[in-house]
Design a protein around this ligand. Structure first.
Ligand code: UD1
Length: 416
């Protein structure tokens, strides 16, 4: 299994290009299931999760062609509306095929994703929404089975704000008979990107980006071309990495528009952040100040940036309180950071991080995608060498990570 070796102590500087957003690309690729015509997506990041999804779509009968960052999908031969456990278990986002399959084929059999490292993550809201739209949904032998001749528009309300839940229901509603209203919808920018793609395919959607989304169902959708938005979490991760090393970087091909909460915290920590049209510049102070944070649905501080900010607080001046309100088990990086000398106390969903002057390199284990990113950030400022095992988590969500870090001056290499 690959591991990452980081020699800490380099100040990051220079320019790096941000990739397309994983969490936008995954639902948007699934949207191609809604039409028989070819749909082309550009700025698709080359990631393990994307490869997994394309393999899943291929075994359903979708024609897939990939040319660098451009992916064309043609679902005219869609003949197997099934997502098997073997594929779904490695990537929970596979549940995003459920809504489009039921809408287009009138049936679907999708494995339940099961729990994952950061929490139980049920999909009851996805199921409840499809049932409200008239689908008969059963859970048998670990699979969600849904069938309905045609979905009917309905008024949907989710018990909590769910990102993929909103996306699944929004896609399903595009081909339903009549109007669907999703209340308590997630407002993440990736939902707006998905809605823009669906509209380009002929869907009638309003309100994406607010907590009430209205979809007028249409008979069919058509082909389109769509460019995937920049990855705001990758952007935030490189900003944190630059910040902890006292660096100065310019991130291109990205936008500060979706990063208010993150940039606010970086400024509170003492960084200077300048936003350009398609780029962000950050200059870090000599020593960062500790910053408190609480994760919440967009537009508040994202749970996917919590681990990276914990790493930042480990070496900041002062004490930070971090509250995680989205996932029940998302502090697993804390024990690994402690191995590097961090002073962290966990009490339920709260972590208290007391900044130390220095971290020390050590062997650590990646536990999930963003946890891994926090270990990379900590490794960049730890004295000596940090060895990160199980980096397949990183490969799921960060395109060419070591290459990009090396371009900024980090001493990092991958060992097989
Ligand atoms: C998405 C993101 C993930 C991010 C998360 C929160 C993708 C592919 N993944 O995950 O990176 O960390 O949003 O911003 O976009 N819940 C239920 N029942 C449901 C659905 C959700 O109880 O049917 C709960 C979850 O367990 C969690 C909370 O709702 O506690 C929010 O989860 P959700 O927004 O659905 O996360 P994902 O869409 O899986």
């Amino acid at each position: 299994m690959d591991m990452l070796l980081i020699e800490g102590g380099c100040r990051l500087s220079g320019e790096v290009a941000i990739s397309g957003a994983k969490n936008a690309a995954l639902p948007i690729l699934c949207a191609a299931l809604l039409t028989a015509e070819p749909v082309t997506f550009t700025n698709v990041p080359q990631l393990k999760d994307i490869g997994t999804l394309l393999a899943l779509l291929r075994q359903m009968g979708v024609k897939v062609s990939v040319e660098g960052g451009a992916v064309t999908l043609e679902a005219s031969g869609l003949n197997n509306p099934v997502a098997p456990y073997e594929m779904v278990k490695t990537m929970r986002a596979s549940i995003l095929v459920l809504g489009p399959l039921v809408a287009r084929c009138g049936e679907a059999r999708v494995s339940l994703p099961g729990g994952c490292a950061i929490g139980a993550r049920p999909v009851d809201q996805h199921i409840k929404g499809l049932q409200a739209m008239g689908a008969e949904v059963t859970v048998e032998h670990g699979y969600v089975r849904a069938c309905v001749p045609r979905l009917t528009g309905a008024r949907l309300f989710t018990d909590m704000v769910t990102v993929t839940g909103t996306e699944n229901l929004m896609m399903a509603a595009c081909l339903a008979d009549g109007e669907t209203v999703i209340e308590n919808a997630a407002r993440e920018p990736e939902i707006v990107d998905l809605a823009n793609c669906l509209v380009a395919m002929g869907a009638r959607i309003s309100g994406a980006g607010t907590d009430v989304i209205r979809i007028q169902g249409v008979e069919r959708l058509h082909g389109a071309t769509h460019r995937i938005m920049p990855d705001r979490i990758e952007t935030g991760t490189y900003l944190c990495a630059a910040a902890v090393t006292g660096g100065e970087v310019r991130l291109t091909g990205t936008s500060a528009a979706y990063l208010d909460a993150v940039i606010d915290k970086l400024m509170d920590a003492g960084c200077e952040v300048v936003t350009e049209r398609d780029a962000i510049r950050l200059t870090a102070p000599e020593r960062l100040q500790a910053v408190n944070l609480r994760t919440s649905p967009y537009p508040a501080f994202p749970t996917d940036m919590q681990a990276q900010f914990m790493a930042l607080n480990c070496v900041a001046s002062g004490v930070a309180m971090i509250r995680e309100t989205i996932f029940e088990n998302r502090f697993m990086h804390a024990v690994e950071l402690q191995r590097l000398g961090a002073d962290i106390r966990i009490d339920g969903n709260t972590a208290v991080v007391k900044g130390v002057e220095r971290l020390q390199g050590a062997g650590v284990m990646a536990t999930d995608l963003r946890a891994s990113a926090s270990l990379v950030i900590a490794g960049l400022i730890a004295d000596g060498e940090t060895r990160i095992e199980r980096i397949y988590h990183l490969d799921r969500g960060y395109e060419r990570l070591e290459e990009k870090l090396a371009a900024l001056g980090a001493r990092v290499r991958r060992l097989n």
